[in-house]
Write a protein that binds this ligand. Structure first.
Ligand SMILES: NC(=O)c1ccc[n+]([C@@H]2O[C@H](COP(=O)([O-])OP(=O)(O)OC[C@H]3O[C@@H](n4cnc5c(N)ncnc54)[C@H](O)[C@@H]3O)[C@@H](O)[C@H]2O)c1
Length: 351
């Protein structure tokens, strides 16, 4: 029998609302007999013997008084979260949102408190999903996970997975470390990257390109001020052989538009020169449910993290590389072969 992946979550925002409601949604489909291969919006039905609904949220941390002290299933539906309410029951989960690590307390003491709570919950994975731009918090939660021997998954562009000193300490402690920054399931980065590649493959000389993103959730509000690390991470996500990014501009939040709620609207433009130096231009609009785009990737990353720790993997896990914008050692470091071999290793857990 499969033992569910035991996951703790830090930052009970829209990502976690999409994740928690989605886990209930897929459990319902499973109970109705929908075949694993027919699940909508799922890339891999099984990772290391773990199905999509084999994920249990066992501890939760936030600092917003509207969420701390509430049951997790209540907190995920609490404003300012504005991910849509899915057609699933959300009975009490039995997990209370605990006080997370805040900047105005003693960081060492707060880190010890969270590490102790992680141990008490028997979590295997800590998913870090705070607003972008809080490097001090990313480091503190990564320290708490390391102290508790719990795998860490970083949803944000902050330096954790690609911080060599943190990575080395995870390796010597024998704990998996997965980061940094989600490559959204079907978001602007993958579409932009694919189109840039297509230009190059077809011999079109790349001129200039831009990517403008708009949304009405807290992430977009925050990214107006904290866009620098996200911009860099988004550029990392476009990096590929033969594509020069000198004239590519990315605006992570071109504006907070409240009525868009949790929808992201992105505009892409790419200009180049084709046969006999004549122009080629693409203008594209993409509209997606922003936090579904995160949850569709998180569900794979947390199963990779749990399965990896069960087979004794440590440090970065190559299977996670295509799911991240800024993985440890970057994109070219992990070949298709490395990624397949890594999935084979973590799948040993189920055999
Ligand atoms: N939506 C996507 O596709 C996507 C893709 C890549 C990365 N991300 C990143 O994921 C992260 C989370 O996104 P979101 O939409 O859920 O954000 P959000 O703003 O909705 O939620 C963040 C939560 O963190 C809490 N928080 C703030 N400080 C905290 C602290 N010190 N300790 C514990 N909790 C704290 C907030 O109260 C809030 O509940 C963002 O950094 C975002 O950029 C999202």
């Amino acid at each position: 029998m499969t033992t569910s992946a035991r996951v703790a979550v830090a930052g009970i925002g829209n990502n976690i609302s999409a994740l928690a409601q989605g886990i209930r949604y897929y459990a319902k489909l499973d109970a109705e007999g929908v075949a694993p291969g027919a699940l909508p919006g799922i890339r891999r039905a099984d990772i290391g013997g773990l199905a999509v609904h084999d994920v249990e949220l066992v501890a939760a941390y936030d600092i917003d008084s509207r969420k701390v002290g509430s049951d997790l299933h209540e907190a995920v539906l609490q404003a300012p979260n504005n991910y849509p309410r899915l057609a699933v029951d959300m009975p009490p989960s039995g997990v209370l949102v605990e006080q997370g690590i805040s900047r105005d307390e003693d960081l060492d003491e707060a880190t010890r408190r969270v590490a102790e709570s992680l141990r008490a919950s028997d979590a295997e994975v800590l998913l870090y999903s705070l607003p972008t731009g809080l490097q001090w918090a990313a480091t503190a939660y990564a320290e708490a996970a390391l102290a508790a021997g719990v795998s860490f998954v970083n949803c944000t562009p902050e330096f954790v997975g690609r911080d060599e000193s943190i990575h080395a300490r995870y390796v010597s402690a024998g704990v998996p470390l997965i980061g940094d920054d989600l490559a959204s399931h079907f978001g602007t980065s993958v579409v932009h990257r694919s189109l840039l590649k297509l230009f190059t493959e077809r011999g079109i000389t790349l001129g200039s390109s831009y990517q403008l993103n708009l949304g009405g959730n807290e992430d977009f509000r925050n990214l107006r001020e904290q866009g620098a690390s996200k911009r860099e991470s988004k550029l990392n996500a476009l990096a590929q052989e033969g594509v020069a990014l000198d004239d590519v501009e990315i605006i992570p939040s071109a504006g907070y538009v409240a009525h868009l709620q949790d929808h992201k609207v992105a505009y892409l433009n790419i200009e180049g020169m084709g046969w006999a130096n004549t122009p080629v231009e693409v203008d594209l609009k993409l509209r997606v449910q922003d936090s579904s785009n995160a949850a569709g990737v998180i569900i794979d990353l947390i199963r990779i993290a749990a399965a990896s720790s069960r087979v004794g993997e440590k440090g970065f896990v190559p299977a996670a590389a295509p799911l991240l914008k800024s993985p440890h050692q970057g994109h070219p470091a992990y070949s298709e072969h490395d990624i397949a071999a890594s999935f084979a290793t973590i799948s040993a857990v189920s055999s």
